[in-house]
Structures are given as structure tokens and as C-alpha cells.
Design a protein around this ligand. Structure first.
Ligand code: CO
Length: 156
């Protein structure tokens, strides 16, 4: 009696675990991105890609340097390439308290906060309205960083 009860519970737990864990991990792995910035004004990747099926993207930005955010902060801001210069210019004026972004800037598709050395941050955003196969630009809007700290994100 005791054995079959435990057997039942174990089978149930296994079934629930499989049913929830499998699709979730398969979905999230392909749609998860990681990028790092350092004290030498560099992102470690110039290109990011996710599969066509990604309805949501999870992005983690890690600052692997040691400099504080006020001196060498990095954020990750996704925009249409044509909007980059405007977003960067307005962001510079907005200052660190606004994460170097104009508040409620409609040109910004997704953005992280500014992180300093040793910090990391993760965001999730929807890909709704974004075109497949079209490269979008990501950039760090910390003053002076956008010339080198940028790259492209392509979906599908
Ligand atoms: Co930066």
C-alpha cells in the first residue's frame, strides 16, 4: 500500500516535471541572449541572433569590468538603426539618473538599466512588431560609448 502510494506520487511528479520543464527550457534556450561589457569600452559580441519562433527574448547584460557605473557604465538599448543617433543624443542629455535614455522614448524597442563593474541585469521583451531577418541595432547610450559599443540583433 505504502509502496504504491509513493510510486503514484513519484510518477505524478515526474509527469508534471516533464510536462512543464521540457517546452519551457526548449523555448527559453533559443530565445535567451547574453552579452557582456568591459572596462575597455567593448561588448563581447557584434552580432546577436534569435530564432524566428521567439515571441519573447530574454537578454542578460553583464559588466565584467571593475569600473563603477558613473565612470564606465553600460546599458543595452535596442533601436531601429535609423533611430540610433537620435536616441543616443537624447540619452546623453537625459543623464545617468534616466539610464542615459530620454524618458518614455518611443524609438526604444527594449533597454536595460545602466550597470557598473561586477553587475548584471536581465530584461525580457516581446518581439511583436519586429521584422524577421531585419537587423536591428543595439547600442550602449553611455556618453561616448555608442561609436564602438554597438552591434546588430536579428530575429530569424
Ligand atoms: Co557602455
Amino acid at each position: 500500500m505504502r509502496f504504491s502510494t509513493w510510486g503514484c506520487i513519484a510518477a505524478l511528479l515526474a509527469a508534471v516535471g516533464l510536462a512543464t520543464a521540457l517546452p519551457a527550457s526548449a523555448q527559453s534556450k533559443a530565445c535567451q541572449l547574453e552579452i557582456s561589457g568591459n572596462d575597455a569600452l567593448q561588448f563581447d559580441k557584434k552580432e546577436l541572433k534569435v530564432g524566428a519562433g521567439c515571441k519573447e527574448i530574454t537578454l542578460t547584460l553583464k559588466h565584467i569590468g571593475k569600473a563603477p557605473a558613473a565612470a564606465m557604465g553600460h546599458n543595452w538599448v535596442l533601436v531601429r538603426t535609423a533611430d540610433m543617433a537620435g536616441v543616443v543624443n537624447d540619452g546623453m542629455k537625459a543623464g545617468l539618473t534616466n539610464q542615459y535614455l530620454k524618458p518614455s522614448d518611443k524609438r526604444v524597442i527594449a533597454s536595460t538599466k545602466v550597470v557598473g563593474g561586477g553587475e548584471s541585469t536581465t530584461i525580457r521583451f516581446s518581439t511583436e512588431g519586429l521584422r524577421q531577418g531585419e537587423p536591428y541595432t543595439y547600442v550602449c547610450t553611455f556618453p561616448g560609448h555608442s561609436a564602438v559599443m554597438r552591434g546588430t540583433l536579428t530575429i530569424g
